[in-house]
Design a protein around this ligand. Structure first.
Ligand code: ATP
Length: 199
């Protein structure tokens, strides 16, 4: 059987990456959009496009794009984030499609494919997946997790759909306000629900 492709999303600090790691431990093949973006910024044409728009100062000593400086530059430039989205989003789509094809071509393919896509609903990608799962958490919990990492919760959250709306559009959602065992148990159930036998 062809393994289904699940889109995994949720707000900033909700626990998406933690859930993705749990799916991987269960035997799913997983793809993180954030890792894809890291790889894309190392590609020569992407690096050249951001240097042309935002200046050479955003390259680090190794000549690679420093994403913290890039974020600052993009925030200070009207239309900066739209420019980056136009540059990066189509390339993420291409990388994901190629990854899915590669995974499904393996012998045997993995029983389930899971892609973490932070802005899945915002970018309108529901139709790209067989099912969409949402990990959410209450705002106070998410804010504390994000602030622990020294990031600005308000700024990041302002560009995302409300959590309730995402949960309402999901095949299944989990409110990750409790301990990690609860999240793992939900991932186990979803794995049982969607994984197929590919032997
Ligand atoms: P982002 O959108 O910022 O990438 P995310 O949704 O991927 O965040 P994670 O990175 O998985 O979220 O989790 C944020 C932080 O919260 C991490 O440090 C993670 O270890 C911790 N965390 C996630 N779930 C729980 C939980 N149930 N109990 C305790 N800590 C948790």
């Amino acid at each position: 059987m062809v393994p289904p492709v699940i889109g995994l999303t949720g707000g900033i600090g909700s626990g998406k990456s933690t859930a993705l790691a749990a799916f991987e431990r269960r035997g799913a093949a997983v793809l993180s959009s954030d890792d894809v973006v890291h790889r894309l910024y190392r590609e020569a044409d992407v690096a050249a496009a951001v240097v042309e728009r935002f200046g050479r100062e955003l390259l680090d000593e190794a000549g690679e794009v420093d994403r913290a400086i890039l974020r600052e530059r993009a925030a200070a430039d009207p239309g900066g984030f739209s420019f980056l989205e136009g540059l990066i989003h189509p390339r993420i789509e291409g990388a994901r499609t190629a990854w899915i094809d590669r995974q499904r071509g393996l012998q045997p393919p993995p029983p389930l494919l899971v892609c973490e896509v932070p802005l899945l609903f915002e970018v309108g990608l529901e139709a790209a997946f067989d099912a969409v799962l949402v990990v959410t958490a209450s705002e106070g919990v998410r804010r504390a997790r994000v602030q622990d990492r020294g990031q600005n919760f308000e700024h990041l959250a302002s560009r995302q759909l409300p959590e309730q709306e995402k949960a309402g559009r999901a095949s299944s959602y989990f409110t990750n306000d409790g301990d990690l065992e609860g999240l793992d148990a939900w991932v186990d159930e979803r794995f049982e629900e969607f994984a197929v036998s590919t032997e």
